[in-house]
Design a protein around this ligand. Sequence first.
Ligand code: MN
Length: 242
Amino acid sequence: MRILIANDDGIYSPGLRALADVARRFGEVRIVAPDVEQSSMGHAITHSRPLTIRATAIGDHAAFRVNGTPADCVTVGVADWGNVDVVLSGINLGTNLGNSIWHSGTLAAAKQAPLLGLRGIALSSPTADDPPDFAALTPWIDQVLDLLIMHDRCPLVNVNFPTVPRGMRWTRQSVRHYDGRVVPGHDPRGRPHFWITTVPLEPPEEGTDRWAVEQGWISLTPLRLDLTDETALAEAERRNPT
Ligand code: MN
């Protein structure tokens, strides 16, 4: 079992190390991660310049840093290592729930796996002022990987941990609406700038990823790459046959 581990927080993230330390119980682990933080980069890829892959000391793990995006790391890592069975991404410092899947670099690294015909698992944890207590989460990380690597065969799963888990739940993606708030301000030289932020407008729907984490469950959401809206397609074909 070859397990490639990427992330979007960068190769020196404590979440990446915590994930690799648990994942090695399930197979041979190799870390291939961005050399600097790439959070909220989404599924960007680098095609206008070559990428480098350089060995880096992360404990006693085989680890390499890449000067590219999260998705780049998976593409280059799989090509360089070969015969990869599953790609893990994370553990992100911050949850990736609901609509954040659209811009998450953590999800993008996991999504790159099914694009290459492999299984992908994204893992994220909440952050407040302090980093998550990964030592306390370790038994839960072990349970999640045992389920998703050894027993279930979902091609792509989005995993989110609460601060103190009470168990695991299969969930759907929350699609509650955001207020795309833009907060204007001024830099130290007096020039105007803008901070982009999002505020949820609606409470989470029961059975969704956001609901589960708020209730203290580890959320496991199987995802698909086909974004086709089947209902809208059927209605459009009925209204305006082509
Ligand atoms: Mn991140």
